[in-house]
Design a protein around this ligand. Structure first.
Ligand code: FAD
Length: 440
């Protein structure tokens, strides 16, 4: 059996690793100049290592990622990060919290006794109620997708204050869109399994996991700068056409973004399957890396500042001191702040507005600093896939609408996150192995 993998993000690389492990012949095609997708690293000549997207793995709630890292002997190389954080209120008051501990939020002084009792009661109810075992498994999430939105659920079950000071800051940082656009099964699973969360990254940045997945794969099997343009069925085989060539294979794993998968499959699936893939929602996203050759805040008490408050739309979801998160990502004595924007304000902001706002927010969060040595903007028209209410059910159905020799993988089946991608890539490869076993 010969397999083609289209897309070299963590989904495609995890699929490649799984096929390699099972001695299946494959070739991987990646449109960009290197693998990694939205986890790629950008190494600057002056020694800074910028993440173009993802910044941390989340420990026990990333079960397949952790299992594969463990299997490769790489788990012990992850750099742990305490994620010491503070909420910054509209009047600039600070409340220390930890992203890896929901309980730490109970100490936020704006929460009254009633709010705290609501949080504890809801937490306990969630603990004993069923939910997704892997918070990034779209099929499991689909079982609990009632169509309710997160803001309504939070206000009703946690209360308005807890929504503003617990749920909203966490979800703004992770997904950047208003919580009324998000469904509930994922955050509920996150709350249920909160004790398993721990934050970490490989020393070289998240993108390094793709290199680890592919380290035993011959370079002849990896084709970078090679976007696949068309899929054609020839008898039982698939012909993949790319600029300058084509290849015939038995099976295909498409591990691109959903809308690209939809176009590649358009002639081979029903309108229903095409429409489901096309309706996967991706949002605009921007983050800015602000570099300082001399760290202006060596003694600052926390690593992340999360703006909060009830005053409507905020520009920024979080500011992260990357030199603390990942010391090797900055030159000695330097600092780099990641400023993660919320999506709604972006529609009215030019690139220069975003950069200017980023520096202003950094000064407000950590204290006035000297002029930065660089300000690098990452702006994506389609940055993060968002699971709106009903999304998981709508998309999970797609698997049953595909030709048997095609598998889809990508984070969009559940929730933007490396675990979603890795889980789906590994599952796609395993499904092909099952088909093969059935064919014999
Ligand atoms: C700013 C930002 C911050 C994030 N932070 C985190 C975080 O802290 N933790 C976390 O777990 N996740 C985070 N994520 C999410 C994480 O990056 C994604 O969930 C993950 O990269 C998705 O992997 P994927 O393989 O499904 O898709 P992608 O990473 O998008 O990979 C898809 C690949 O397919 C390729 N491709 C597309 N078309 C073709 C074609 N025709 N032929 C060949 N190749 C093609 C693309 O070039 C790309 O490399 C973040 C994302 C962003 C944008």
């Amino acid at each position: 059996m010969k397999v083609a993998i289209i897309g070299g993000g963590p989904a495609g690389c995890a699929a490649a690793y799984t096929l390699q492990k099972n001695k299946i012949d494959f070739e991987l095609f990646e449109a960009a100049e290197k693998v990694g997708g939205r986890t790629k690293q950008l190494h600057r000549d002056d020694g800074y290592n910028l993440g173009t997207g993802a910044l941390f793995l989340m420990g026990g709630i990333y079960p397949r990622t952790m299992a594969l890292l463990s299997e490769m002997g790489r788990k012990k190389q992850l750099v742990p990060w305490a994620g010491a954080s503070e909420l910054m209120d509209e009047d600039h008051s600070r409340y220390p919290v930890r992203l890896d501990s929901f309980f730490s939020f109970l100490k936020v002084p704006t929460l009254g006794l009633r709010d705290k009792l609501n949080i504890i009661g809801t937490g306990l109810r969630l603990l004993v109620s069923p939910g997704a075992r892997n918070p990034f498994d779209g099929s499991q999430l689909a079982e609990y997708d009632s169509g309710e939105n997160l803001e309504n659920w939070s206000r009703a079950n946690l209360g308005d204050k807890a929504f503003e000071y617990v749920m909203r800051p966490i979800m703004d940082f992770l997904y950047a869109v208003p919580s009324r656009e998000l469904s509930t099964p994922f955050p509920k699973a996150l709350m249920k399994q909160g004790r398993k969360i721990s934050l970490s990254s490989p020393e070289g940045g998240i993108g390094q996991i793709n290199e680890w997945f592919l380290e035993n794969v011959s370079s002849e099997k990896i084709h970078v700068s090679t976007p696949v343009e068309k899929l054609t069925l020839e008898g039982q085989l698939w012909r993949l056409a790319y600029a300058g060539g084509s290849i015939l294979v038995d099976k295909v794993i498409i591990a691109t973004e959903a809308y690209i998968a939809a176009e590649l499959l358009k002639e081979h699936v029903s309108d229903d399957a095409y429409d489901r893939l096309m309706s996967t929602h991706y949002t605009e996203y921007a983050h800015v890396a602000v570099g300082y050759d001399k760290d202006p805040w060596p003694d600052y008490p926390t690593d992340i500042v999360l703006p909060v408050g009830e005053g409507g739309v905020r520009n920024v979801g979080a500011m992260v001191l990357h030199g603390r998160r990942l010391p090797a990502s900055v030159p000695n004595g330097a600092q780099m702040v990641g400023v993660y924007f919320n999506t709604p304000p972006l529609k009215d902001m030019s690139d220069d507005d975003i950069k200017e706002e980023a520096v202003k927010q950094v000064d407000a969060a950590f204290g006035q600093a000297q002029k930065p040595s660089f300000v690098h903007l990452f702006r994506y028209k389609k940055g993060l896939t968002i699971a709106k209410p009903g999304h998981y059910k709508m998309l999970d159905k797609v698997h049953s609408l595909l030709p048997e020799s095609i598998e889809l993988a990508g984070d969009y089946f559940s929730q933007a996150g490396v675990e979603a991608a890795v889980h789906s890539g590994e599952r796609a490869a395993k499904n092909l192995l099952l088909h093969r076993a059935r064919e014999f």
